[in-house]
Design a protein around this ligand. Structure first.
Ligand code: ADP
Length: 153
């Protein structure tokens, strides 16, 4: 079974994330959207809310699941016996950042390789980020245009 873990904060899930999952779903037997929970970090939405938004968004995708974890993504992948990490690339800044993480993860998983698979964001979705969505929400702007219908505050 070819499973990919799509890790992230998803605070909240956006149409950019949706685009990546929708396009990756046919490429894998299963996609696990895994919310990385860092106890030091402040989130706008609780873990329960973020899980619920994602569950509802993908309720009609039989091979998409939602989970959460604390700690390193590679440790989570090992615990699930998953060998692929899925990430989205929006721009050169994402590329540089993701390159360092992916190469580190390969180095750290020498004996039990985990490969990171990247999809480029569709044109028209690459400007979307959870942090901008949070900013719009906090100033009562039209965040609905940037997120799946399940995300309502
Ligand atoms: P993190 O805190 O790990 O960056 P995010 O929830 O912000 O978590 O992002 C998770 C993944 O989704 C990352 O691979 C990121 O590059 C990707 N992503 C975020 N926004 C978009 C977008 N608009 N288009 C494509 N991929 C995106």
């Amino acid at each position: 079974m070819r499973t990919a873990v799509f890790p992230g904060s998803f605070d909240p899930i956006t149409l950019g994330h949706y685009d990546i999952v929708e396009r990756a779903a046919p490429l894998f037997d299963k996609i696990v959207i895994a919310i990385g929970q860092n106890s030091q970090k402040k989130y706008m939405f609780s873990l329960e809310q973020r899980m619920e938004f994602i569950k509802k968004t993908f309720e009609n995708f039989p091979n998409v699941e939602v989970d959460h974890f604390e700690g390193l993504t590679i440790d989570y992948c090992h615990s699930k016996n998953v060998h692929f990490i899925l990430r989205g690339l929006r721009n050169p800044a994402d590329f540089e950042f993701e390159k360092a993480i992916a190469q580190t993860n390969r180095e750290l998983t020498k004996d039990n390789k985990i490969e990171t698979i990247f999809l480029l964001t569709s044109a028209g979705k690459s400007f979307i980020s959870s942090s901008i969505v949070r900013e719009i929400i906090s100033f009562n702007g039209d965040y609905e245009l940037l997120v799946p219908d399940a995300v309502r505050v």
